[in-house]
Each structure stands twice: as C-alpha cells, then as structure tokens.
Design a protein around this ligand. Structure first.
Ligand code: UDP
Length: 496
C-alpha cells in the first residue's frame, strides 16, 4: 500500500492522532506539517484549532482534502473577550503587545473542558483517539490526557539543542542568581561548549504572568514523550543529551516542512501570501543561481522603523540582489514613507520587497537564493537547512539566540550579523542594534568568493542532503514516524 505521496504506508493500527497546536504561526505551521506527515504515513489526524485560525488554514485544508489525506479540522470557540483580548484575537501574532500574552495563555487553558468533551465523544467511536500531541505551552492538556487515559506527546517547536538549553535553565533555576543582564551564563551538563549573556537566554525576560506558569509548561515528566521537528544526523549529541537528561522518549520526526513537496502545498502554509507567487518566481528565475539574499524575520519579531532603514541601506550598499519581507507588524506607514523617498526606485532592478506574508518555502527553495538573513526562529532555521542554504543570523528574542549558536558554532553554516541586544517581541524598541555596515559586511562574508564562504556553502548543501535523507523512505525520521504510528496504534488497541 502507498500513501498520497507514493510512500509505503506503515500499518497504522487504527492510530488516531489529535494535534493541539499553540495558536501562533511558528507553532501551528509545523503542527500542520506534522498532520500532513502522519496522515501521509496512514494515520488519521484531528487538528484542533479555533475559528479565526481555521479560516487562516483554509488553503491547507483544501490541499489535504484534494490529496485525500485523513485530516479533519476540529474547531473550538476561543473565549478571547472573556480574558480581556479583542474579539477574534486568537493567535499570538495578533496580540499587538506581549503584555497580553498571559491573558492569551489563560484563554487557551479555558479550552480544557471543550477539548475534553470532544475527546470523550471521540472515544465512543472507532478509531478512538490514540495519542494527543499538544504544544508544551498547552500544559493543561496533560491533565486532560491523564483523565481520559490517552498518551500525550509534547511538542515545543524547538530543536534538541535549544530544548536542552531551556530544560537546563528551568530545572537548574540558572537565571535566578545572575543579576547582570550581560553576565555570561554556563550550562552544566551541556555536551558542547556554550555560554550566553543572561539577556540572550530563553526565559530571561518574561511577559507578565508567565513566570508562574513556566514550570508547568516545561514539566516534561507530564508527557509520554516529546515530538521534535529535528533529525538525528543534524544534532545527534544534543538530542541524545536531551533524551538522557529528561528521561523521555524523544521522537525526532523532522524536518517536517519537507512533507510539502508540491509548490501548492508550500504556498498553503500559514497566512495567504501577499505577493503573487508566479510573479515572485518569475523574478527569481531572472536572477543568477545562488545570487539572491532572502531577508525575513518570521511572524512575531518586531523591528523598529529606524532599524529597518539601516537594514535596507546595508542591503543597498552590498550591491546584491535581495528579497526583503517587511511584515505588517513592522509599522509599515513609517517605513513606507522611507521606501518611497527613493530607496525602492534605487534598488528596483535587484530588490523585491514583499509587504506582509511571503511564501517562504517557495522562495527559500528557489535555486537563485544563496543566503537567508533570518531571525533564527526554529522553523525558519530548519527550512533553510533543508534548502541547503547558508544563513546570516539576526536573532531577536527567546530561543533565537540559542539557535544562532547551533548554526554558527556547531553546524558552521552561518555568520552572525552581530546583534548587540535583545529585541522583545511586540515591545517598543528605540535603538538601532545592527548598523548598515554590519549588514553589508555579513553579506559580503556569506555571499562573496573565498574559501571560508565556499566551505560554508558546501556544508549547508551537505546538510540539506542529509535533511532530505532523514525523511526519505528508510531515513531516521521516516522510520520514527512509522514507529510512532505503530506504537500509538498498539496502545490504543490494547485499551480497547
Ligand atoms: N513564514 C512564512 N511567511 C512569512 C513569515 C513567516 O511562510 O512571511 C513562516 C515560516 O516559513 C515559518 C514560520 O512562518 O514556517 C515562522 O516560524 P519561525 O519559527 O521561523 O518564527 P516565529 O514566527 O515563530 O518567530
């Protein structure tokens, strides 16, 4: 038997996965990929979301239906207004201020009873839910799973390297006794050399209300295992250390973005693209192979207008072709004024500016793209690894500084732009952290001729090949997906 994508199917044992993603693009997109991956391997999938997120996912659902995958969207009402959020505000990227993040997580926790009711109903008919995969931020799903006797895997959207750092920080209370934001923190038990300034450690700056629930969130003991969007050959030592230190079963099933092989599937991820995909591809087709730098900072990072101007001037000074994504949250009107004052005209022959949401995979995987200037969100990072493209790292907050260390120090497939400090998500920033000269220098280091850049490009290409091998038939992640389906299916049958 073969799947919609022509893969041999595992015996699915009646496995029915219920996925409960955090409503944030960087968490919901990989979970949607996981849904596709599990369904493509023969499992049935129920994907739990809320009305506003469901409408964002209409292209994904249409694509899944057209390809005959057993993915069903389950929509639960989100009580935004009851928790002080604007009506319809159902995703982290809609919050506008990080001060509302605590309210958002409380509203998520209020989905507990509706989720339990849905699961109870599902338990009455086959195939009953055999496994819940829920975001680590949805700590409350652990109680629901226990109550109903359904195994739960936790998904935190990170790689092994960053998961390990966060685990060590939280369980060792590492940041509690470091007073100075610039003081270097060391990580006992971390398997490779690593130190980070306190301000750059995940969890160093919490939104109000978050500190109290952080232990609940990261209590890995409350789950049957961890699903990870990574693959063995990428970071074997760190994945193994994470497994050992948590004592948990870790299912590396990534890179999950690779389940999107057709461009229609790639373009169906996340929001509707604000650029005509065909025009974008035509433009890229007209550029030399490996010559274009793609610049995008994900869905949440907030970049000040003045910082965007410096970035633009650095791109201009580099003389290199670029695709630059300026998202709606980057206070477009002020930036728009500057773009119109001459910048856009000056770079029109070699620069494409996308205002809003870009079809990231489509762009990143085009042969004209030779580098990715990224905020180092894990999805962007692993998508770039799959494309076999080197990076310029420009982290803003959270795990992004840790991912930068993985890329620059361990994988050696990127150069740092040199970010001076942390840029909090959805918070006013005043200073410029990276000047135009630093942007130009990093571009030159990554994209110009020379042995160092050439070796980096080679390493990135090799990693891209390994990433594809992991999810190809017989690869480590491909096998893990099959084993996961078999194990969860067996467990469900055992309790029948
Ligand atoms: N993304 C996209 N188009 C955009 C911005 C982001 O498709 O214009 C996707 C990107 O491919 C990735 C996700 O949104 O899958 C962002 O996740 P990441 O972990 O990189 O960053 P976050 O948004 O969580 O900071």
């Amino acid at each position: 038997m073969a799947s919609a994508a022509g893969r041999p199917l595992a015996d699915n044992n009646g496995a029915h996965f219920v996925l409960v993603p955090l409503m944030a693009q960087g968490h919901a997109i990989p979970m949607a990929d996981m849904a596709r991956l599990l369904a493509d391997h023969g499992a049935q999938v129920s994907f739990v979301t809320t009305p506003a997120n469901a409408s964002r996912m209409s292209a994904f659902v249409a694509h899944a239906e057209a390809t005959g995958l057993a993915i069903r969207l389950v929509t639960l009402r989100f009580p935004a207004v009851d928790f002080g959020l604007p009506d319809g505000c159902e995703s982290a990227d809609m919050l506008g201020s990080k001060d509302l993040y605590g309210n958002f997580l409380d509203a998520c926790a209020a989905l507990r009873d509706p989720l339990a009711a849905f699961l109870r109903e599902e338990q009455r008919r086959p195939p009953a839910p055999s496994c819940i995969v829920s975001d680590a931020m949805h700590w409350w799903t652990a109680g629901v799973a226990r109550e109903l006797g359904i195994p739960r895997l936790s998904f935190n959207g990170n790689c092994g390297f960053a998961s390990l750092v966060r685990y060590i920080i939280i369980h060792g209370d590492l940041l509690e006794h470091v007073a100075d934001e610039d003081e270097l923190v060391r990580f006992p038990g971390f398997p490779t050399p690593l130190e980070l300034a306190k301000a750059k450690c995940p969890g160093s700056m919490y939104a109000p209300g978050l500190k109290e629930i952080r232990k609940k969130i990261y209590e890995e003991i409350r789950c049957a295992g961890v699903a990870m969007n990574s693959f063995h050959d990428l970071e074997p030592v760190h994945i193994e250390s994470f497994r050992r230190i948590t004592g948990k079963k870790v299912w590396t099933v990534g890179p999950m973005c690779l389940c999107n092989q057709e461009s229609s599937a790639m373009a169906a991820r996340g929001n509707k693209a604000s650029v005509d995909e065909a025009r974008c591809l035509r433009w890229l087709d007209s550029m030399k192979e490996g010559s274009v730098i793609f610049v995008s900072f994900g869905s949440l990072a907030c970049t000040e207008p003045q910082q965007l101007v410096e970035l633009g001037l650095g791109l201009e000074a580099s003389g290199k072709p670029f695709v630059w994504v300026i998202k709606a949250g980057d206070r477009l009107p002020q930036v728009e004024e500057w773009l119109a004052e001459g910048f856009e005209e000056r770079v029109k022959d070699r620069g494409m500016i996308i205002r809003g949401w870009a079809p990231q995979l489509v762009i990143l995987w085009h042969q004209a793209v030779g580098g990715f200037m990224t905020h180092c969100g894990w999805n962007s990072t692993i998508e770039c690894i799959c494309a076999g493209v080197p990076m310029i790292t420009w982290p803003h907050f959270g795990e992004q500084f840790v991912n930068e260390r993985l890329v620059v120090d361990v994988l050696k497939t990127g150069v740092e732009v040199g970010v001076g400090g942390v840029t909090q998500w959805a918070t006013e920033q005043k200073e410029v952290k990276v000047g135009r000269n630093a942007v130009r220098a990093a571009l030159s280091k990554l994209m110009d001729e020379g042995i160092v850049a050439e070796e980096m490009r080679m390493r990135a290409k090799e990693l891209g090949i390994k990433a594809r091998e992991a999810l190809a038939v017989g690869g480590s992640s491909h096998n893990n997906v099959n084993l996961l389906i078999q194990e969860m299916g067996n467990k469900a049958n055992a309790t029948d």
